[in-house]
Design a protein around this ligand. Sequence first.
Ligand code: SF4
Ligand code: ZN
Ligand code: ZN
Length: 398
Amino acid sequence: MSNEPSASGTVRVRLRNPDRTVEAPAPCTVGELLDGLDLLPHTVLVIHEAQLLTADRLLLPATEVEVRPVISGGADGAPRCAVCRAPAVHEEPRHRAAWCSTHLADHVHNQIRKAIDRPPDRPTGERMFHYGQRLLVAVSGGKDSLALWDALLAMGYDVDGLYVGLGIGGYSSRSQRVCEAFATARGLTLHVVDLAERYGYSTPSGSDATGRSTCGVCGLSKRYVFDQVAVEQDYDVLLTGHNLDDEAATLLGNVLRWNEGFLARQRPVLAARAVNQRRKCKPMFRLSERESAAYCVVRGIDYVVEECPLVDGNTGHELKAALDLLEAASPGLKAQFVFGFLERVADRFVDQDDAGVQRELRACASCAMPTTTDTCAFCRQREAILAVLPLATSGVRT
Ligand code: SF4
Ligand SMILES: [Zn+2]
Ligand SMILES: [Zn+2]
């Protein structure tokens, strides 16, 4: 959707609360329009020239419609569940809807189901993954990854967990305990890999040794360990809890810097392109942080609420704050930004070298994991760290 003037190939949509106009690709059915706008059909009326339209009506380019919310508060003004009309526990301006506890959980499952069954940048009919595949979810102890693990289990998937100990003092210890408690209470398999024990450095000591930002060292290390464990343990698909806010902030950062290589890889599904590589998926990409946190509360999931103490090195938070301001003024903007990118322009970006040739993957000379260079970035980083910290076996700060 965009706020550009009406043109051939789009339908002009007037939205309310707040009153604004957006454009959507046309031709499309009313049902497809609402799906694209992330609106629940039973919470709105779609009106064209004072006539109500049903979900199967075709909208041709240059048509103008109004999408009018129909669910108001109860007699006491309190919001009601969009499904059962019980008092709501959570409102989502983006969807112009509210839900009771039960139907909030259903809503989250529905959004994950939609993400799995219809990833926007994959051929029609291709799912993120299937029942029967071995799934591994990377859990940090935070709300998103634990909500994802819980939701996938509730939806009947067979999923194990992976926790990576980053050595960030008490924060890492508490995060690990929360993940272990989640897995133990449900009888699940959780793989735990300690960065210092296995690779000889922690996030803080690696940062100190190289002068790189802690988040830079951390991010590269986590991604590598996720991939390596998924391969070693023979999982089919690796899952992460990246949510809509994460994706919007990353996309904004990549667009502001026109980082085409990163834009080429910003997808809810990254197919495996080499032997030592697994498919990677982000089934939470349609859900906001608020929805994910609210889901944890209504499902009784204990998660680490505190922020990583090293988060100041992460510029993603400033981008999230900027996007939050825009979202408050125009609910749904983040979703339009991310989904619009994936549906309309993501294909234009290719991970290519300076000569415009798509980068090929080969086996790292040191560890055999896939890389575009002789030695992978993780091995190069680790070598640089251990050259300064040759005796480090535990970089845990307390
Ligand atoms: S905030 Fe930075 S250092 Fe902390 S867990 Fe996230 S990426 Fe790692
Ligand atoms: Zn309800
Ligand atoms: Zn390597």
